[in-house]
Structures are given as C-alpha cells and as structure tokens.
Design a protein around this ligand. Sequence first.
Ligand code: NAD
Length: 500
Amino acid sequence: MTTAPSPTSPDWHARAGALRADGRAVVDGRRVPAADGAEFEKRSPVDGRILGVVARCGSTDVDRAVAAARAAFDDGRWARQPPAARKKVLLRFAEHILAARDELALLDTLDMGKPIRYSTSVDVPATARCIAWYAEAIDKLYDEIAPTGPGALALVTREPMGVIGAIVPWNYPMIMAAWKLGPALASGNSVVLKPSEKSPFSATRLAELALEAGLPPGVFNVVPGFGHEAGEALALHPDVDAIGFTGSTRVGRRMLEYAGRSNLKRVYNELGGKSAFIVFPDFHDLDRAAATAAGAMFFNQGESCNAPSRLLVHRSIADDFVQRVSALAPRYQPGDPLDGNTEMGALVDATQLRTVLGYIEAGHDEGARCVTGGRQVRAESGGHYVEPTVFDGVRNDMKIAREEIFGPVLSVIRFADEAEAVRLANESSYGLQASVWSSGLDRAHRVARALRAGTVHVNQYDEDDITVPFGGYKQSGNGRDKSLHAFDKYTELKTTWLRL
Ligand code: NAD
C-alpha cells in the first residue's frame, strides 16, 4: 500500500499536472481503443484543462465486450470458482483500490469537480468497502431446502445470471460502479460497465486494478462512450441478462423500452429524487437541523440523487429556520476542488451549469424569493461554479420544487400542520429519501410511516452504510442497491425437485 498524504496536502496541483488519464476501453483483460478508432477529448470542469482522450465505444465494441464477458462466464473461470476463491480475489481488489487512493481520487475530482477532500475521504474508501463487503458476504450465504411433503425434496439455489450490463452516472463515478460490481461479481457474474462520458477515467482504472488483483480477463470489461451509442448498444444487447442502471428517470424509462425491444432482460433502475426534509417546531435543536440540511444539500455541489432539495418547514419557525440555513452559505462558497479545505467544488460541465442557472431563473420567474446565492462564480478559473442558493416562498407546484435540479439549489416550502407536511412531501413523482425532524416520538414515527420513500431519516440525514438497502419508491426506481438484497438483482433462484 502507498502511504497517502493527508487531504490537506498542498501538492494536489502538482499531482494533477503529472497525472496520466487513460480513457481506452478494457475488453477481455486488455486496454483497447474503440474498434473504429473513434475518441473524444475530455475536459475538466475544475479549470477547463484537457484530461485526456476517451474511447468512443459503439456497438462493435459493446459486441466484443459482451462476447468476452459471455465466454468468461460460460467457461466457468470465475462463475464456477468456489465462493471462498472469489472472495480472496475481490478482497485483494479492494486493497488495490485503497492503495491507489490518491490517483483514483484525483481522477474523479478532475473529471467531475468534487472536492479532493471528499474524493479521498468518501469516494475511494466507500468503493473499497463496498467491494470488500460483498466479498466477505458471498461465502456466508446458504441455499435452502423448501418445507415440502415427505416424498420429495425441493432445493432452492441461487445462480449467477450471466452477463450484467452496468450503466452508471458521473456524480459518484466509482461508488455507483462499485454498487453494481460488488454483488454482481461476488455472485459469479461477468460485467460490462458503461461509465458516464462525463467521468470515464476511474472506471477503466478500476478494471485494471481488478485484473492486477487476479480477476480473470473478460470478467470485468469497461466500454466508455456516450449514452446513445455505447449505452444504448449495451442495453439493447440480446446477450446481456440484466441491466443495473443508475441515472436519470428520463433514461431509466428508455432502459425499460430497450429491454422490451430486445430480450426482456431484467432492468434495475436507480433514478432521480426530490427528497423532502421536514422540520416541525417541536424539534429541540434547530441549529443542528439547519446544519444538517445545508450540509446534505450542498454536499457534492448538490449533485446527489438523495439531496434534500425540498425543505418543508412549519410556518411558525420558518423565518428563523431559513435564516439559520442561509447563514451557513459562506461555508459552501465554491472553491478550488484541488484545495484540501474546499467544501463545494465545480458542477460537472457547461451543460449542467446552464441547467442549474436555468432553474434559478425559473425560481425568480415563478415568484420564489432568492434568500442567498443564485449566481455563477469563479468563471475566470475556466471551470463551472454556482453559489449555494436558497429560495424561500416556494410552492410545491413550482418547477424548482417538482423537478430534480441536480445543483446547489434549495427550495423552502412552508406548511401549517402535520397532515399538510405529509401531503406536500408525498406530492412528488419521486420517492427516494425523506427526513422528519421532531422531538415527539409519536409524531416522528407517524410521519416516517406515512412518507412514501425508500429511506426515511429521523432527526438526522447523514447515516449511510453498505449494510442497508438504497433505492426508491415511485419514479425513483425499482430494486435496491447495497445490502444483501442487492444479490437478488444479479442471481436467479432455481428450484430443483427430487423424488425421495
Ligand atoms: P443520465 O441518465 O443522463 O446518464 C446515466 C448513464 O446513462 C450515463 O452513463 C449515460 O451515458 C447513460 N445514458 C444516457 N442516455 C442513454 C441512452 N439513451 N441509452 C443508454 N444509456 C444512456 O444521468 P446522469 O446525468 O449521468 O446522472 C444524474 C442522474 O442520476 C440524476 O437523476 C440522479 O438522481 C441519478 N442518480 C441516482 C442514484 C440512485 O441511486 N437512485 C444515484 C446517483 C445518481
């Protein structure tokens, strides 16, 4: 393992300058350019620098990657290894990830703009922990014997599905990949991963680290490229057994269409959110509630599916609470992501910058009141930065309350009583997360039970662990990432009857 400097180490700029980002695909254990030589230049949202060239994979590349994954699956080089053997390789893979912490963290920070302090302290460790956790789990799962009659025996066994297509977004490039890779690889599948065109570099590096750790060639392939090219080819491919997708609800819909048009492959969608953060006047520590709301909202530049972007506050404390949240804004002023003290970094690209500024304009147009922020800053850096922004006086039917902005924009909506709070929270096409803040045990339980969301937090928002499921109700998706439940996505149950 390399010894890593602290995240506040001053030499991140020097390291960034020396970094070599390799965007070629990884197919059957080898680095390869796209079959037709197509590639594109990837710029950093931090300062506009060119990071490297990326293979622009298309259907020929996807065919090759799927064929390699199928061959690896069929000959059993991974799928038929004893669980303990797969565990050993995956634990080594997790160690290699930790050993490459600085390099992987820099790749993600430069690729999508998050602060280096968080890519080193959150993204890389969470990625390694996810792989290690599924490695540790796989030799502790037992198959079942069903309680049938005395003349027969029914064995219920779990088998890997085959070839899994993983299509992931750019906001947590490595963690989103690991949530698919961990359970899919541990249970014996082969994987073809399509990272976002906005953050391709850490994914291809992960595949190299897996090979170095002993994962057989062909088991984990990476096809960088665009959604409508590599992504579509993978999701339509007739020899892919399941798609683990994380991304927007718009593209999630297309995943279901692709499956319908091809081989009815399983589709697991982890999609967008517009999570409600509900504060009742009986909560005893409004400073902590405000700090948590701001911290969770502005973490990752607001580019988190579970950002609590609708702040529902009881009208009796709303003025005071909005003041407390807005007072925290200076802490989240965007800064240089390569500075170890920066809390909030750059938005992922110029398109995302325009989208976020467009929502801010829509908030003004619809009559919401901008209490703090609302402007682009640091334009002279060549990167894409927006201030932490709070709108008060928002109604739940406004665009900024209904649609996922995916930027640092918080909408404050006032409510009169508990019933209205629950109604407003649930009046959304999304249902990813929610939180309720109340010192009344009965109210906290009652509201938590009434909220239609995959995760509900009570009097906090930051707890998270690989051991618990993550996913949404309604148009936030289906299936669950993380926890033992994720094995259900990448395994088939087989019933075998025996006559006794
Ligand atoms: P996106 O849907 O634009 O893209 C996601 C992936 O799909 C990318 O790899 C992209 O190249 C690919 N893609 C795009 N169009 C495609 C097409 N037509 N066919 C096949 N593939 C295609 O999403 P994004 O902008 O990368 O990520 C942001 C979204 O991800 C947000 O909505 C966010 O809420 C969501 N997200 C959800 C979770 C979760 O666990 N629920 C976690 C992180 C992000």
